[in-house]
Design a protein around this ligand. Sequence first.
Ligand code: SF4
Ligand code: SF4
Length: 579
Amino acid sequence: MKAIENPFSKMMRDMKPKKMPRIQQELTACLQCGYCIDVCEAHEQSPWESVTPRGKIYYLRAIQGGGQSDKVLGREVSLSPYFIDAMYRCTGCGNCEAVCHANIPLVEFWETVRKWLVDEGVGPMSAHKGMARKIEEVHNPYGERPSKRGDWWPKEVEKTAVPEVLFFAGCTGSYREQKVPQMGVQVLARAGVTINTLGPEEYCCTSPLLRTGINKYSLDCAQHTVERADGIGAKDMVMTCSGCYKTVSTDFGKFYAKAGQNVYHISQYIEKLIAEKRLPLNNEYKAKVTFHDPCHLGRHMGVFDPPRNVLKKVKGIELVEMDRKKENSRCCGAGGGYKSQYGEMAINIAAERIRDAEETGAEILVTCCPFCVVNLSQGAKQIGSKIKVMDLMEILLKVTAPPEAKPEPPKPSAAEIAEKERLAAEKAKAAALEKERLEKEKQMAEEKARIAAALAAKASEDEPIIVYGDDEDEGMGDDIWTDNSPKALIRRAAWNKGLRCRLDYGARAIPVAFVKPKVAVYVFAEDGEVDPKDREKLEEEGWAILTFFEKDVTDAEKEALEIKAAVKENLKAMKKKKK
Ligand code: SF4
Ligand code: SF4
């Protein structure tokens, strides 16, 4: 390690301050309690008391009024290079302010002291001077050509002449992390927001200069941006960079005038679009994520919830918090001109932040500032972390994409088409046959029902039952048509009236028996009569007995009518008995 010369031995040779800034109140307020020391990342990297917030204030007090020991030793404290270096070993994160026991507005305080150092001609540091020169020449700290400033614009999004939103990309978004503003604009377009940008006409917001004490270009840059933005005619101004958001929202008003638009960080604008149901979150994003608060957005501007609320709306995301979050979030190490002057230490701080994120078990560290993305990604690389660093826009671009269309099924071959047609024809034929069968079945059922209804109607008219072909049918053999005996004539006449009989029926050998209606017919040649025992028995069983004599029979019509009447009578009696 390079030996450092004792500052006190050089002190008398160093510059004497011409004029102290108005910082008496803050210097007096400091209780020297030291609560600010442990939270200071810059002190972690340079472990000297002079780098701590308390140490810097102590030194400033000594410069202003002389320390007790200096008085005793008769020496004067001056602006030594070591003190100047200590004043720039600060990311401007504001963690000291968040814990300060005396509520000293330390973020503004460090900027005031740095401006004083610039005014005294001893600040800023070499890297900051280089940035200032480039901003003066080409309006960005990277020294890139202004004509290329608008090249990041995504081709698929149309610019609108008089848009709803003027998108301010910032220098890091325009030249280094172009994908962040690109994704931001694409997401806004998916919500139907009309957008435009200043392109080559956009100037640096001058945040890198203001944080390092240089404000001589801020008036020109602020004036240029405010006037060009007014010329576009947008209602709102949106940006993905947290540093630009703080500067345009607060510092422009101090140096020139507030922007004529409503100024939003994109996380706030997206939260608004989701609430207005303008931005559909179509897709799931399954991941365990943690969120890093950019200092300029969170601690400095109080915007803690919008990015978290947006993440919570995404289906599939599990949001887990780091121990140091929101007001107490650890700095990524890039701000306040620290990365440009003390690059290696800035990445060391980012690596610490990556370790914070790893402790949560998250797979992704989400933030919403391209400058934080750059430094945190370098920190993750330094320690070989598997955690992925993403800007919030990367997740939003994925979840707002139109729902994925299902892949088309492969086209069938000619043989498959022919087979399909054959099967379809077979199926149609089988269906037609089945239809025909069902139709026939239906017709038969209808016919059966019609016959049954006709039979029922006839039965209800109390007509004698006409039985076709049941077991009472004697079966009229040829004799009925050839035999002309009186007995045969009676049977034929009865048959013609629909009555069926049996011959010599049962145990008592009834000569002509109409079995179902129980009518027994006896035909005698001469005078004769039914055996009294048979008569008694038959009458007991409910038979009606008719006796005819051959001499009386002519065409047997009279006898048949008598039989029909007896049948009818007996059936009626049976029916009644049954009831
Ligand atoms: S602003 Fe941050 S880096 Fe600077 S002194 Fe305070 S805690 Fe340290
Ligand atoms: S916390 Fe505040 S009061 Fe305490 S030492 Fe730090 S700056 Fe001073």
